[in-house]
Design a protein around this ligand. Structure first.
Ligand code: PMV
Length: 328
């Protein structure tokens, strides 16, 4: 009898960024990173292995994926088949609970949920650390979405030593994030290709490795001191240095749009008015604002001068992965 397993994983936003791989097959990063898991955005994935199926059948947000789009998921399922001895194809039904076309990173929650549901459905019982290593093979940032709250991914030097660990969960102090969801423009370059290009061509890459080491130490201390100003300041500089790598690559690229700069300037204006808020950005135009919950109203009011209310989503720290099993 095959089991149907459902997993729910929340997305995470890096505060000290991962931007560059040292091994693209094992998905080992050049540096460690630290993130905050969010409550508002998550992926729910159900998996069942079925020996009657000729190939994996993947349904994403209600639509059956064609072979080319399903490829990355099937490759990841192959890894699980290899590790578990399971030989059947899988039925995968996945729903992303992220506002439609928000363009917010879903590979983190997506591969974390898939790793948990598929490994359990294939008969494996993994510890959270083992699950974190497995999720890493689907997408680097997924390694952190196994855990809730503040999470650190240790870069490591091989498959065994590269995994994430919670730094603080639950988060017992007032920190939130406001996602400013901006108009999508065609993505200039995927995160995988962007990382490969900066590692190969940015003359600043060695400096990134060095400064990230300091940022990790400073961020651990800031989180443990529950110091919003320090967390925000370090997060903002890590994000800007990551985006500076892109501008210094050859050929140069950027994920910023005009709206990105408008949102950044709003944060700076608010800060000049004494409101403690900071911004961070990933491989896309959206801006995420780090602030205290008590300040979200004044910040969203200022953002509404330039953006519609639907573009602003307030999120709190979120939980780690949950897995449920039904025999069928
Ligand atoms: O996990 P990937 O390959 O989607 O890379 C994510 C990279 C950033 O989101 C830009 C930074 C990070 O640490 O999550």
């Amino acid at each position: 009898m095959s089991k149907t397993v459902t997993a729910k994983a929340h997305t995470n936003i890096a505060l000290v960024k991962y931007w560059g791989k040292r091994d693209a097959t094992l998905m080992l990063p050049q540096t460690g990173s630290i993130s905050l898991t969010l409550d508002h955005f998550y992926t729910q994935t159900q998996v069942r292995f079925n020996d009657q199926l000729p190939t994996d059948q993947i349904t994403f947000n209600g639509t059956r994926l064609a072979a080319p789009q399903a490829q990355r998921i099937s490759t990841f399922l192959d890894l699980i088949r290899q590790q578990s001895g399971q030989t059947a194809a899988a039925e995968v039904v996945t729903t992303n609970h992220v506002p439609t076309s928000a363009g917010l990173a879903s590979s983190a929650s997506g591969f974390a949920a898939l790793a948990a549901a598929a490994s359990r459905a294939a008969g494996m019982t993994l510890t959270p650390t083992e699950l974190s290593r497995l999720a890493r093979r689907g997408s680097g940032s997924a390694t952190r979405s196994i855990f809730g709250g503040f999470v650190e991914w240790h870069a490591g030097h091989d498959d065994q030593s590269s995994y994430a660990e919670p730094l603080q969960d639950p988060v017992d102090w007032d920190i939130q994030m406001i996602a400013v969801v901006l108009k999508k423009s065609p993505k200039p370059i995927s995160s995988t290709a962007g990382m490969a290009r900066v590692v190969a061509t940015s003359p600043y890459y060695p400096a990134w490795i060095e400064t990230t080491k300091h940022d990790l130490t400073a961020m651990r201390a800031a989180i443990s001191a529950r110091d919003l100003e320090a967390v925000g300041t370090i997060a903002e500089r890590s994000a800007m240095r990551m985006h500076a790598l892109n501008l210094s690559a050859e050929p140069a690229f950027t994920y910023f749009t005009a709206d990105t700069l408008t949102a950044i300037n709003t944060v700076k204006d608010l800060r000049a008015r004494g409101i403690n808020c900071y911004y961070t950005l990933d491989a896309g135009p959206n801006v995420k604002i780090i602030c205290a919950g008590r300040d979200t109203t004044v910040i969203t009011t200022a953002l509404k001068q330039a953006f519609a209310a639907e573009q602003l989503i307030v999120a709190k720290p979120g939980p780690g992965i949950t897995v449920t099993e039904d025999a069928s």
